[in-house]
Unconditional design. Structure first.
Length: 273
């Protein structure tokens, strides 16, 4: 029996807290080597364990190590989390969390790993270029702002890749290419994804008191927002395709009426052209 009123609202809120937290915890556990490297290096710098002179090099070393393990841990876990978020956005809110998460983890592991290697290399190249133009080449420092924009663009395309890998059956390079095309071709959705996900991440990192959100909510909330935005693009493309198919069918009907052929014969003739 469904509860109504205030109790019903509280029950639904508690259900969503449970869904988001369980999914996020699974994501953290499955990407634990990456999380461990980032957390330990960050805490070492934050607590003063590492001297100020060594802090920059120490953090750089941590990010390099994290980048190496990310394709094998973080990327498959994130794809699995997006698989759960896909169920929520498409209305299957009661889908079993563990089963859905690990099925997507298994099904998308190879593609996520390959894409992870490609994305890590792209991010590394852009970060190095940003540092070169922003620090060493003072006369071309304005170019560094271009790389900031490209990094944001690449980040949004990564969200679109995770959404596509759990929604389509395509080859890995085709998924990456389409993720980039969608990100560039739908700028308002891309900006919306970047802003909303950026706000969630910023809030989670803005204060030590709010950092508890990272292991319990941040990842799953970001995944739900990113897939919701992607699904809006997908539905719009579906409507455009249906309108185009309806227009083609209407054209075939008119052509059949003009030449006095049954509709099926007219369609067959059009398919041979």
């Amino acid at each position: 029996m469904e509860m109504k009123g205030m109790m019903g609202g509280l029950y639904k809120i508690s259900e969503w807290i449970m869904r988001l937290s369980v999914t996020n915890i699974l994501w953290v556990i499955c990407s634990l080597p990456f999380m461990f490297l980032v957390f330990t290096h960050f805490m070492a710098v934050a607590t003063g364990t590492v001297s100020e002179e060594q802090a920059a090099d120490f953090m750089k070393q941590g990010f390099i190590l994290a980048g190496i393990v990310a394709p094998f841990t973080l990327f498959p876990a994130t794809s699995a989390m997006f698989g759960v978020a896909r169920k929520w956005v498409m209305g299957e809110v009661d889908a079993p969390l563990l089963k859905t998460f690990f099925r997507n983890y298994k099904d998308s592991y190879l593609q996520s790993m390959i894409a992870g290697i490609i994305y890590v290399v792209l991010f590394a190249v852009m970060i190095v270029d940003f540092q070169v133009y922003g620090g060493e080449l003072k006369d071309l420092q304005f170019v560094s702002y271009l790389f900031i924009a490209l990094l944001i663009l690449l980040g949004v395309s990564l969200f679109n890749f995770f959404s596509m890998v759990v929604h389509y059956h395509m080859k890995t390079f085709q998924l990456i290419k389409n993720a980039l095309f969608i990100t560039i071709g739908r700028p308002f959705r891309s900006i919306s994804t970047a802003v909303m996900c950026g706000v969630v991440i910023y809030i989670s990192l803005s204060s030590p008191k709010l950092m508890f959100l990272i292991p319990f909510f941040t990842g799953s909330v970001v995944a739900a927002i990113a897939f919701w935005n992607f699904y809006g693009i997908y539905m719009k493309l579906q409507m455009q395709a249906e309108k185009a198919a309806a227009a083609e069918a209407e054209e075939a009907r008119k052509e059949a009426d003009e030449i006095g052929l049954p509709l099926d014969d007219a369609q067959e003739q059009r398919s041979r052209k």
